[in-house]
Design a protein around this ligand. Structure first.
Ligand code: AGP
Length: 586
């Protein structure tokens, strides 16, 4: 998604902005730009590509001035070009803006402003903010009044920062994140704490429907009607500053490798919250769980855990689909929302619908300062540290760990959870990559891969196929074993690879039968199991563990396989094409 950053202080702004944008690269983007204010004028430089590439071509960080704004764009309106990249100056160039989100009424605003003589140079919705703000400033000659009028006229979801020709920064937020950093050398404003964490850990969380004005005399925050509001400065975890790869080639590999530790930290120090959630769940008439992508796959695993061990029915809902099937929720409903970022627009929308209908919201989330936490009655933190790779890895196993803890509490400890054993097993899988690396070489040129699992292993198969398609760009599909003969068997031939998730548990024999059916059609079989079998062309051994716990470990070799296949294919596993880490638009 787009990332925005602004700085006003004692130092040169451009190098600070460029470094901040680099720290937020993980969020995903296609183009980048910076604008600074110096000697009574605003200068803009921008381009298409990675921050480092555009910086070396356009010398973004050489712009002078101690006030500025920066942006990485993830295209929504208008193709990926330099003219569509941000910052967007107003038509007179007296101000420039950067924006994250979508302006729903931009076409009407654009038409109206064009009729008033304001010129547009891009195809973006964002440029409407620049010219609208300029128009309101031309009318009022006051930054505060122009902000009040502008936010009143904009429809949609947005966070934007504007730099004015007198060196003032102004920024507003509506349903998109915007965080103010208060440092010794100046103020920062960004979509993500990572944008400025190396300079300060003191932050102000600007609420929805608020705007801020920052100039050399200080900072003032207002609600959208223009009334002043006060906020406490809070400290954020220094752990966020950890977002460096260290000795690892990629964040994705680092994050996969952290799982023996993160699995033990999931939901740390949350006994109270987990007890409360257990009580809520026990007394709920209707129980739902929602998420998107990987987080939804974790929700599907939870369905099996809750029904098998706690004998409780929980209905998983794909967050983006909730709006099309309203009337799920009432005052006796509980919705468990699962999200790494806590900022996915689809998840927030599902939560808003449920809340409006009276449901109680419980969330399982990594970023404890996120919008999802603000909307929840109780939240449990994944505690897995920043996840930078766009493909979710450690957050998936941490989400599962918390869902396992809840299921176990619900059945009075019947699952015999032993996370130390899980951690040891993951260590074992991670201790030798060589076999997985050599299999990855074989996958390099294939176009289709299927991942098969039964029962609780089917959602893991879905998650495995999501990892493969996301970072290797190979078409991958997760299948429940029993469905093979109802259609997909027609696709099996010698060009196809099938990964069989087949631990030695109650699904083993049936899944093995599926493997034989596939093998008979010539496809290559890659078995993930604690038990060898001649049907496997390749066998990746996982340690034996108690039946309930297999999902926590069987995903690990497939995460590694996806990573090494991406390396073989020379794609960037950390930043897959067209994807963003935090999908804050619908
Ligand atoms: C996972 O690898 C994906 N990048 C994506 O599906 C992700 O899980 C989804 O966008 C949900 O994100 P969230 O957990 O931050 O809400």
């Amino acid at each position: 998604m787009c990332s925005i950053i602004g700085y006003l202080g004692a130092n040169q702004a451009a190098p600070i902005l460029v470094r901040g944008l680099k720290r937020m690269e993980y969020r995903g983007y296609d183009s980048v730009g910076v604008a600074t204010f110096s000697e009574n004028q605003i200068s803009v430089r921008k381009g298409v590509g990675k921050v480092a590439e555009v910086n070396s071509a356009a010398q973004l960080d050489a712009l002078s001035g101690t006030v500025g704004i920066g942006h990485t764009r993830w295209a929504t309106h208008g193709v990926v070009t330099e003219s569509n990249a941000h910052p967007h100056p107003s038509s007179s160039g007296e101000l420039a803006i950067v924006h994250n989100g979508i302006i729903d009424n931009y076409a009407d605003l654009k038409k109206d402003l064009q009729q008033k003589g304001y010129v547009f140079k891009s195809e973006t919705d964002s440029e409407a903010i620049a010219n609208l703000l300029q128009y309101n400033f031309d009318q009022t000659k006051e930054i505060k009044k122009s902000m009040v009028s502008t936010v009143d006229q904009l429809k949609g979801n947005y966070a934007f920062v504007a730099v004015f020709e007198d060196g003032t920064l102004a920024a507003a937020r509506l349903h998109e994140p915007l965080i103010i950093g208060v440092g010794k050398g100046g103020y920062f404003i960004s979509s993500d704490v990572l944008g400025f964490i190396e300079h300060t850990d003191e932050v102000i969380y600007q609420d929805n429907r608020e705007f801020v004005i920052i100039n050399s005399t200080g900072i003032q925050i207002f609600d959208f009607e223009g009334n002043p509001v006060q906020h406490q400065i809070t400290k954020v975890s220094k752990e966020l500053a950890d977002a460096y790869k260290g000795d690892y080639a990629h964040f994705t590999l680092k994050e996969i490798s952290e799982q023996p530790i993160t699995i033990l930290k999931a939901g740390d120090n949350t006994k109270l919250e987990l007890d409360l959630i257990t009580e809520f769940v026990k007394h709920a008439k209707n129980l739902y769980i929602t998420g998107s992508g990987t987080s939804y796959n974790a929700a599907l695993v939870a369905k099996h855990l809750f029904s098998k061990y706690a004998k409780i029915k929980i209905e998983p809902l794909i967050s983006s689909e909730v709006q099309y099937s309203p009337n799920y929720f009432d005052h006796q409903s509980i919705l468990i929302a699962v999200s790494q970022s806590g900022e996915s627009a689809d998840v927030l929308e599902a939560v808003d619908i449920a809340k409006k209908d009276g449901a109680k919201i419980v969330s399982i989330v990594n970023i404890m300062t996120s919008s999802l936490v603000q909307r929840s009655s109780i939240s449990v933190g994944l505690n897995c540290g920043p996840e930078i790779g766009v493909a979710a890895t450690k957050s998936f196993t941490s989400q599962l760990a918390i869902l396992y803890k809840i299921a176990d509490k619900l059945c009075g400890g019947c699952m015999g959870l032993d996370f130390n054993k899980v951690s040891e097993s993951i260590y074992k899988i991670l201790s030798d990559h060589s076999k997985i690396q050599s299999i990855a070489k074989k996958l390099k040129d294939i176009s289709d891969i299927y991942v098969l699992g039964r029962g609780i292993h089917f959602p893991v198969a879905l998650e495995a196929s999501l990892k493969l398609k996301e970072i290797t760009y190979i078409h991958a599909e997760g299948l429940p074993g029993g469905e093979l003969k109802h259609g997909p068997l027609a696709l099996m031939d010698s060009n196809v690879y099938v990964i069989i998730i087949n631990p030695n548990d109650s699904t083993y024999t049936d899944t093995l039968a599926s493997a034989h059916e596939i093998k008979a059609r010539g496809a290559k079989i890659l078995g993930i199991s604690d038990r060898p079998n001649e049907v496997y062309d390749y066998w990746i051994e996982i340690p034996t563990i108690s039946e309930a716990l297999f999902p926590l470990i069987e995903i690990i070799p497939i995460q590694l396989l996806a990573y090494y296949s991406a390396i073989e294919k020379d794609t960037d596993p950390d930043y897959p094409r067209n994807l963003a880490k935090s999908v804050t638009v619908k």
